[in-house]
Design a protein around this ligand. Structure first.
Ligand code: RBF
Length: 161
């Protein structure tokens, strides 16, 4: 039996209309990151977010994502943090992946804004290319992140009204 890997995250009621979304992305592995960022933006717009309400901020690498998010998130309805870590010969991959995941999760609770985890931790370059839809037959995960942002931001807006 084939396991369904995508959960169709988007709730039918969620709409991006009126939401302000920030995408913070790392500049390492930029071919993959750019593809993920572009598809995320495209999907946000398909869901009703206005182009003018999507802000972009880049940081050097994934390690810098949590700090940038902590400084900027409160001005938006949702933040999508995007980075691509590719395993190398040293321990950096494990150290950064673990720290960034933990910090982004913690900040989500502190800032009380949804922060979508768009950080890929891949064993190979091919895995990263696949997940950004850059290898034929593979889907770009940016669309899931856009859907998750809109759904989670809608939840938050509901709470505040
Ligand atoms: N940043 C990434 O976003 N993806 C990576 O795969 C990545 N690999 C790194 C490997 C090494 C050995 C080093 C020193 C840094 C790496 N970084 C990577 C950059 C890191 O996230 C951060 O920008 C720098 O360490 C500066 O704080």
């Amino acid at each position: 039996m084939q396991v369904k890997s995508k959960c169709n995250v988007i709730s039918k009621l969620a709409t991006g209309t009126g939401l302000k979304v920030l995408i913070v992305h790392a500049r390492w592995n930029s071919t993959v990151v750019d593809s993920l960022v572009n598809r995320t933006i495209e999907r946000l717009v398909e869901l009703g977010v206005r182009n003018a309400d999507i802000s972009l901020k880049s940081v050097p690498g994934s390690f810098e994502l949590p700090y940038a998010v902590s400084q900027l998130a409160s001005q938006y309805d949702a933040v999508i943090a995007i980075g691509v870590l590719i395993r190398g010969d040293t321990m950096h991959f494990e150290l950064i992946a673990e720290a960034v995941c933990r910090q982004l999760l913690q900040q989500q609770m502190q800032i009380e804004r949804p922060i979508i985890f768009g950080v890929l931790a891949c064993n190979t370059e091919d895995q990263a290319l696949e997940r950004a839809g850059l290898i034929q037959g593979h889907r770009n995960l940016g669309e899931d992140w856009a859907e998750a942002a809109v759904e989670m931001a809608s939840l938050d807006v509901l709470k505040r009204t």
